[in-house]
Write a protein of this length. Structure first.
Ligand code: DX5
Ligand code: ZN
Length: 216
């Protein structure tokens, strides 16, 4: 079963609550929450107050993608705000093993994200500890960018590693996924697909999610 995780970075923030409810009704599986600090990535988005305010609207899994430096400083706050999965970047933390275990100490699932140029092999030793690996298929910071082709091979590599070291792993792909390439991403081994602009384009959430499912 392939999960679709709409990124609310592309939502209409003046109607965020309504759109969360619409995502729920349209068969989205989790809400992907892109947190940016203007430091690890060249953009600033939103933080725990937004997570807290939308938490009562749905039971869907909240998947917090922290594109921030020193993520461990904020893990407790995101767990308290209602995140179900907290994903940190390999490139943003010096002590990934410690941070993964720290996330899990709050009874939250732990994800590890890799930028496009970061090799898949780096996850090997922590793989048994992880609930999810996020393969970035654009350089993080902005929605609406073009899928980077070579990331398809990385998805396949992560899939192979997961078969050896963690069969239950969620393999998430994030960035530039549309109805034109979602099939390829899933064929390579992804089981959770993030989509921002492809879900929110023209404000037609229900139709856009249906189209992604149809291609799958
Ligand atoms: C990029 C974010 C992505 C992005 C996805 O930094 O992590 O989640 O918003 O948006 P699209 O699907 O438009 O590339
Ligand atoms: Zn993301």
């Amino acid at each position: 079963m392939i999960q679709i995780a709409p990124s609310i970075l592309s939502a209409d923030f003046s109607r965020l609550g309504e759109q969360i409810i619409e995502l729920d009704k349209s068969g989205a599986d989790m809400i992907h929450i892109d947190v940016m600090d203007g430091n690890f990535v060249p953009n600033i988005s939103y933080g725990t107050p937004v997570v807290k305010s939308i938490r009562p609207l749905t039971k869907m899994t909240f998947d917090a993608h922290l594109m921030i430096n020193e993520p461990s400083k904020y893990v407790e706050d995101f767990a308290a705000a209602g995140a179900d999965i907290i994903t940190v970047h390999w490139e943003a933390d010096h002590h990934i093993d410690r941070t993964i275990n720290y996330i899990k100490s709050f009874n939250v699932k732990a994800g590890l994200a890799l930028n496009p140029a970061t090799p898949a092999e780096l996850i090997r030793h922590v793989l048994p500890e992880l609930d999810m690996v996020l393969i970035m298929s654009v350089n993080p910071g902005f929605g609406g960018q073009k899928y980077i082709k070579y990331c398809s091979e990385k998805i396949r590599q992560v899939k192979e590693l997961s078969e050896k070291y963690n069969k239950d792993l969620l393999i998430q792909v994030d960035g530039g996924v549309t109805a034109d390439n979602i099939k390829e991403v899933v064929d390579m081994g992804a089981n959770v697909v993030v989509a921002g602009s492809a879900v929110f384009k023209n404000g037609a959430i229900r139709e856009n999610i249906a189209e992604l499912r149809r291609v799958l």
